[in-house]
Ligand binder design. Sequence first.
Ligand code: FAD
Length: 382
Amino acid sequence: MPATRPVWSDDETEAFRDLARTFLVKECAPNEERWNEQQHVDREIWNKAGELGLLCPSIPTEYGGGGGTFAHEAVLAEEQIRAMVGSLGTAVHSTIVAHYINGYGTEEQKHRWLPRLATGELVGAVAMTEPGTGSDLQSVKTKAIKTGDEYVIDGAKTFISNGLLANLVIVVAKTDPENAAKGISLVVVETDGLEGFSRGRVLKKIGQHGQDTAELFFDSVRVPADCLLGTEEGQGFIQLMQQLPQERLVLAVAAVAAIEETLSQTLRYTKDRHAFGKPVFAFQNTKFKLAEVATTARIARVFVDDCIVKHLNGELDVQTASMAKWWTTQMQCDVADECLQFFGGYGYMQEYPISRLYTDARIQKIYGGTNEIMKEIISRFL
Ligand SMILES: Cc1cc2nc3c(=O)[nH]c(=O)nc-3n(C[C@H](O)[C@H](O)[C@H](O)COP(=O)(O)OP(=O)(O)OC[C@H]3O[C@@H](n4cnc5c(N)ncnc54)[C@H](O)[C@@H]3O)c2cc1C
């Protein structure tokens, strides 16, 4: 927990933080272990989160959202880390999926989907990645071809967060397979009872065990033509690029919260655990390493707080968001590794939360655009 209230937060945001914390600690944390074992949260928890107003907090109230700002999304991301309940995929649902619809949907589409995302009737996912294509998004093979007043979708997606429970999937597909970026569109697919749609395995991962990451298959799936997000084909790549700073920032927010949480757990442990007649914290190596971690935590906090303020003012540029994503997630992994060491063998045990902070950290350098892609983007501005 940072010592002071972040510069971007006010009384109202802090009240939302209290609400989120109570929900996460009371309703989610006691189930987290079971969710990890079953590899997904209970479906009802989405509805509970919706009832409390924790879904779509920064979507306008006229579409059923909370009428807040990115500050609300940031607070929720932070509190999830602090409560150690990473299983509920609200960042994808609220911060990403709802914002595609809010940003590019027609009035009718916003009214059709956003209120149901806000209540948890719909659980959202975004399906970009395919078995053959990840970073190179322009090369997706999934097709959505307009046939009469429908789109016919064929393709396979993998690594999709919320993939088991989602019933609204934003599918990245080629409406014009002859074209690269210009051929890409986003198609919003409601999956309940949808013929030709199926889910594969919930994938077994080295961390984030309670997050349902799954494969999705589309076999001549037909959806009405008005499921194309927006009114024009070929806008998908631009729509994706425009939303990426917010997606990357929320990962950086989570990374900073994780660095702070890792530090505080390690301080508690090393001051309590004794070796050679003194606390582990008393060894110079421990003190110096944790002084370095505390410095990293402070720098990361100041940088990301500044990014949040910029984003709230509509001024966060692509390169700064990419810097925040790669640097904070790299630091998160480095800090988790350094700190786990101070727990000795206990750090390797699943019952010690530090082991989760370590394994859950690793994906942060990979999803949301890999850190190599972040550096590629930054280098274009140098
Ligand atoms: C737990 C989890 C959840 C995920 N959730 C989602 C989701 O909800 N929706 C979704 O669509 N996807 C999701 N993904 C997929 C994720 O976004 C991709 O794994 C990621 O974008 C990388 O793609 P890839 O795995 O195909 O790797 P590749 O693109 O094959 O990359 C392999 C390696 O090559 C490097 N590389 C590639 N291109 C370059 C380049 N130009 N320069 C330098 N290095 C390069 C990469 O950085 C990486 O190190 C998730 C993945 C995981 C593991």
